[in-house]
Design a protein around this ligand. Structure first.
Ligand code: TRP
Length: 451
């Protein structure tokens, strides 16, 4: 083994929390409840757990195998382990990271604004109107830029002093906030219907191909898979780390936070009679992105003074989650500039952040553009990237089992894992690519026809 001059994680806990920080974000508290509510509630939740375990964990292990084997960020890692042609996949990862962060930071900007709103003046009287006015335009651009600046300032600090330290502080805060909110929701009057919608499955909802594909792509987004984020984080690890067990811990924690977010959102929605809007799509389609930003403040207002505190807590948790995720997205791009183009970290983070900031501006003006970025990069590119990633690890990479066995040692289980990566995942992913590709196609067609 060559000497490692690269910086690394200080502790195993630091790595795990940073990876959970990457995974837990808007995907858990904003996308997951929304996806569950429009796809049959409990049935989606169950399919989702299956996808996390059957697809998410094995793909995360695949990213870990490449990252730790090479000790490099995606482009250089794939070049080293697979040659020039495979490094193209690394370029796709970096592009995907830029595109996701560009719109992700816009939504994170809304979160910051709502947080400050709750803190300073309370939520606006008509959340629908407020949402329409405040989430597009110049002020949305400014919040987006401020959020990017905060993200950049942490990534500039590097792995230990920047990302690890931020995660060690922020993640426990997030856990406490979200569990506290779920506990509080237990005592809401009229929340029973929310729990039963969320937790009681309807058999007919299981048999939809699109629900299946939506659950799979939600798992990719939420677990930060398919664009080398986990690959990059694992490149800073030592050989002692038990990778399969880390993958399980990270995935289950991520699911746990999404599940608890549902335990907050659904009881609140039903207790305040807002469920129809979400389920019938009144808030849904047109304002799909805003479901959470419109309906939750409405509930917070009805609660009176307590609502302001609850709302503040909720948006703080959302902001913390978004920040630690944005950090991982920017780190992928930054570390690629460092490893592949030999640019120093500070300059790399600043330049990458600046470009992404600019790319995000159109999304801060137009929700259709934001939605398109999400469908293309946040869904399609991720499954597309994951498809080639599993082909690489399954068929091209040298002895992936050997890499994962270091620090874990369970070769029997790992043989089963490799079998899945070779023979099962490519088919599952091909189906999801087909389904999500169709979705992007329909979106583009309807946008072009002036919809
Ligand atoms: N997983 C994060 C969330 O749920 C978003 C995210 C961060 C992400 N890094 C990623 C998504 C990498 C895909 C790939 O909000």
């Amino acid at each position: 083994m060559e000497a490692r001059t690269r910086e690394g994680w200080g502790t195993s806990l630091g790595f795990i929390l940073a990876a959970i920080g990457s995974a837990v974000g808007l995907g858990n508290m904003w996308r997951f409840p929304y996806a569950a509510s429009t796809r049959g509630g409990a049935a989606f939740v169950i399919l989702y757990v299956l996808m996390v375990l059957a697809v998410g964990v094995p793909v995360m292990m695949s990213e870990f195998a490449i990252g730790r084997r090479t000790g490099l960020s995606p482009i250089s890692a794939l070049q080293k382990a697979g040659g020039r042609r495979w490094s193209l996949l690394g370029y796709l990862f970096v592009l995907t990271g830029c595109m996701i962060l560009a719109y992700y930071a816009v939504i994170a900007g809304w979160t910051m604004r709502y947080l400050l709103e709750a803190l300073i003046s309370g939520f606006a009287a008509d959340p629908g109107v407020y949402y329409d006015q405040s989430t597009t335009g110049l002020s949305a651009v400014l919040y987006h830029m401020v959020f990017m600046a905060i993200t950049i300032s942490i990534v500039v600090g590097g792995i230990k002093a920047g990302i690890e330290r931020a995660s060690l502080i922020l993640m426990p805060v997030l856990f406490v906030l979200i569990v506290g909110l779920a506990f509080w929701a237990l005592f809401l009057e009229g929340s029973g219907a929310g729990y039963s919608f969320y937790l009681r499955p309807q058999l007919s909802d299981f048999f939809s191909g699109t629900t299946f594909a939506a659950a799979a792509s939600q798992a990719f987004f939420s677990l930060s898979l398919g664009m080398g984020a986990m690959l990059t984080y694992s490149s800073y690890l030592s050989r002692q780390e038990n990778l399969p067990s880390s993958a399980v811990k990270i995935s289950l924690s991520d699911f746990g936070v999404a599940f608890f977010a549902g335990l907050v959102v659904f009881p609140v929605m039903f207790a305040f009679g807002l469920s129809d809007q979400i389920i019938t799509g009144e808030i849904g389609e047109g304002r799909a992105l805003g479901a959470l930003f419109v309906s939750l403040p409405r509930a917070f207002i009805e609660m009176g003074p307590a609502g302001r505190i609850v709302g503040l807590t909720f948006f703080t948790a959302l902001f913390v989650g978004a920040l630690t995720s944005a950090i991982s997205l920017l780190e992928v791009v930054t570390s690629s500039l460092i490893d592949t183009w030999k640019i120093a970290r500070v300059r790399a983070a600043l330049w990458a952040g600046l470009v992404i900031m600019i790319v995000g501006i159109p999304s801060a003006y137009d929700h259709n553009i934001l939605g398109l970025f999400d469908a293309v990069a946040g869904e399609f590119f991720l499954v597309f990237g994951a498809f080639f990633l599993v082909l690489f690890v399954g068929w091209r990479m040298e002895d992936p089992i050997g890499e994962l066995a270091e620090g874990s040692g369970n070769r029997g289980l790992l043989t089963g894992w490799l079998g899945m990566v070779r023979f099962l995942l490519p088919f599952i992913l091909a189906f999801v690519i087909y389904d999500r590709g169709k979705n992007v196609y329909n979106m583009v067609v309807s946008m072009l026809s002036g919809g």
